[in-house]
Design a protein around this ligand. Structure first.
Ligand code: F6P
Ligand code: MG
Length: 451
């Protein structure tokens, strides 16, 4: 059940694994500790203070473990729904391994699970999210792109009566392709890479206008966008048409995902959208239920954008109210299966989370967002650039019941597949660092196996 290529590991100095395990993760942990200290300084109850100090001590110990390449120990039974899955994987595959010689994907996920444990074993701070402040802050600094989209998409999508059926379909196709790209590039503002980003940098990454999209389309190196449209077009009018999003980051990316999902519903291309988020803070910026609620509520009631005009704020409120209504009506459903916060790749999804696999197999299309989901789909291994997407995702393409899958990912780490021959090799020569810049992307589709 494994691919024939080796997985990246922390000691591979040629890979982003090395910089991540050696520098990025300790930096992320250091910033997380600063966040908890900030909370501590604002707390007045002694029992809560004492308890939080213990959380900080556990974080310090974790940082130390990371820096000395400690052996990975089992996860404590803290009542999370994923403890058994974690400890089974450690016992079966990674007993005696450490942060640097275990596969990068596993070791990195394990670090976030251990971070969770620092709080889940506390008395008062079980729900604490060390990344929440950062996530909110980055969204509040995304105002230009937020209002550009809200003012444009607040009016429900409707066709002019004079249009023929063919013209309507063409209009929908154009909108689909545009919003798909907005949803894709929304993934480039990822907090784990862009710590301390300036407002200008955020703006440059989030430009959503037509020209910006035309120039970035050539950066989509493996591009199945048009095939994806053919798939989605067939769903029109289907009474049960369901599309799933396996979410990545909170804030601006989630907002873009919702703009896209809103269009899919309004245009009748889908009748139901299921969003899959994380049960606890994960890879810095990933969406939790709290982030989801925060976004909807800040849109409707928030005071995040003091410089916005009254008209802009009203557009955002209307959009937020519409999205909340979808949730109430059961057209948008937020889910959080424990499997998403484990170290397993999706090559193991059908075996380790058969209930989830069965659930996804009932969807007409499962869209995986972002870099981490892409790493998990492809086993995060050293596959040749020209490997087909379907071969690289193994059982997620071939197992009986595998749904149609699409990966929308800006490239931020080593594994890259689905390219025409020579493309990756040329970039290796001409543009070192092209695999971690977030400048390039892939939109790759697998047709699934109805079984
Ligand atoms: O830390 C490495 C990593 O997993 C990279 O793959 C990527 O830089 C980031 O973390 C997560 O990116 P995303 O939010 O797009 O999954
Ligand atoms: Mg993420």
């Amino acid at each position: 059940n494994n691919p024939p290529w080796p997985a990246y590991r922390g000691y591979h100095t040629y890979s982003f694994a090395n910089a991540t395990m050696g520098h990025r993760l300790p930096t992320i942990l250091g910033k997380a500790i600063e966040d908890v200290v900030c909370t501590l300084n604002q707390e007045s109850r002694e029992d809560r203070i004492v308890d939080l100090v213990k959380c900080i001590e556990r974080m310090d110990a974790l940082k130390q473990d990371l820096q000395v390449h400690a052996t990975l120990r089992p996860i404590l039974d803290d009542g999370e729904a994923d403890v058994a899955l974690w400890n089974k994987e450690i016992a079966k595959y990674f007993r005696g391994k450490d942060f640097f010689n275990a596969p990068w994907l596993f070791a990195e996920a394990y670090k976030y699970r251990r971070l969770r444990e620092c709080f889940s074993t506390s008395l008062f701070w079980g729900d604490y999210d060390v990344f929440f402040r950062q996530k909110c802050d980055t969204f509040s600094r995304s105002n230009d792109a937020v209002f550009e989209l809200s003012t444009r998409f607040v009016e429900p999508f409707e066709h002019e009566v004079r249009l023929t059926a063919e013209e309507r379909l063409e209009k929908e196709r154009l909108m689909f392709i545009e919003l798909l790209q907005i949803c894709l590039w929304g993934n480039s503002t990822d907090l784990s890479l862009l710590i301390n980003m300036t407002e200008e940098q955020i703006k440059a990454l989030q430009s959503t206008g037509g020209d910006a999209l035309a120039t970035t389309e050539k950066n989509i190196l493996g591009n199945h966008m048009h095939r994806l449209w053919e798939i989605v077009k067939e769903l029109k009018g289907e009474p049960q048409a369901r599309i799933d999003f396996v979410l990545d980051n909170a804030g601006f990316e989630l907002y873009c995902d919702c703009v896209f999902a809103d269009f899919l519903l309004q245009s009748g291309l889908a009748k139901e959208i299921r969003f899959h988020g994380k049960r606890y803070p994960w890879f810095v910026s990933d969406v939790t239920k709290k982030d989801w609620n925060w976004l909807m509520n800040t849109m409707v009631y928030g005071h995040l954008f003091p410089k916005a005009t009254e008209e802009e704020k009203e557009c955002l409120r209307r959009l937020g109210r519409r999205w909340k209504r979808y949730e109430e009506e059961g057209k948008w459903i937020y889910e959080q299966h424990p499997f998403w916060c484990t170290g397993y790749t999706f090559w193991d999804l059908h075996n380790e989370a058969p209930d989830l696999f069965l659930h996804l197999s009932k969807s007409n299309l499962v869209i995986f967002k972002g870099d981490l989901n892409h790493r998990k789909l492809t086993y995060d291994c050293h596959a040749p650039y020209s490997t087909s997407f379907e071969d690289s995702i193994g059982p997620m393409a071939s197992a009986g019941g595998a749904p149609k899958v699409c990966s929308l990912r800006t490239i931020k780490s080593d594994v890259v597949v689905g390219l025409s021959s020579g493309v990756g090799e040329r970039l290796d020569e001409e543009e070192p660092g092209w695999k971690i810049s977030g400048k390039y992307a892939v939109v790759l589709v697998s047709e699934g196996n109805p079984g």
